[in-house]
Design a binder for this molecule. Structure first.
Ligand code: BTN
Length: 241
């Protein structure tokens, strides 16, 4: 599409009009792009914005884990186009250093109480230099063009990410387990081993990020013992211990 409010919202609408698993909605720009926690996602022309409908055989209650899986796919694809030092910040921010280059919004598709599918929405700052982004960025941000100094093909990056997602989904179905995906996430994570601040339900707690659980929760060692964070936000406090 040339322009749409949000590819995630469009994909959801199409899903309920009987579109099948694998449908991808891609737009050149979004006018109401959405990030996690209801934040806006600035989406000028030059970025990659797409959403894919999935119905994983392992159960659609796994939205957080499929977000992690997609983050691994984006990390590999960015490396494949020449971006260096790609790291993942829990749950699925894609960073270069501490600057965000891509984000993922996974949303459940529900009929009544039953989750029947997922929409995975992926936004990559690709060919839009950060100096030309509209004001309103909430954190340090970078783009592929800022990192490697040249334009890259949006179609190529889209295909690469989708192929990587497909590869990881096949591993998931072969093993009937997320273990291999979680190992891949651990390898590229910049969160593990780092002192973090958890922001959850209006309160903050500090601790060391120790690991990621089988459900995708971040396991943090705090003064009060181990805490599993599944829905909160996390900031890095930078000192690796
Ligand atoms: C985040 O980091 O908070 C998630 C950002 C997700 C942005 C993408 S762009 C394509 C898709 N459509 C949306 O409205 N959001 C996602």
């Amino acid at each position: 599409m040339d322009s749409v409010g949000s590819t995630n919202t469009e994909a959801k609408k199409l899903f309920f009009q009987q579109e099948k698993e694998g449908l991808i909605v891609i737009a050149k720009r979004q006018t109401a792009g959405r990030g996690r926690k209801g934040r806006p996602w600035l989406s000028p022309i030059g970025g990659l914005y797409f959403s894919i409908i999935l119905k994983p055989r392992l159960g659609t209650e796994n939205a957080p884990l499929l977000g992690l899986l997609s983050a691994c796919a984006v990390a590999r694809s960015l490396a494949a186009v020449g971006v260096e030092n790609v790291r993942l910040k829990w749950p699925n921010d894609v960073l270069i250093g501490e600057s965000k280059i891509a984000g993922i919004l996974s949303e459940a598709l529900s009929i009544g109480d039953e989750t029947v599918g997922l929409v995975i929405g992926i936004g990559v700052n690709q060919n839009c230099p950060i100096s030309e982004m509209p004001p309103g960025l909430q954190w340090p941000t970078t783009s592929i063009i800022d990192e490697i100094g040249r334009e890259t093909s949006i179609e190529y990056l889209l295909c690469s990410i989708v192929n990587e997602i497909d590869r990881l989904l096949q591993i998931l179905e072969r093993d009937s387990s997320f273990a291999a995906v979680l190992d891949e996430w651990r390898e590229v994570s910049s969160t593990l081993g780092v002192r973090v601040r958890i922001h959850e339900e209006g309160k903050t707690t500090d601790g060391i990020a120790k690991d990621i659980g089988a459900d995708g929760a971040l396991i943090v060692e705090t003064d009060d013992g181990l805490v599993n964070v599944l829905l909160g936000d996390v900031s890095h406090l930078r000192t690796r211990e």
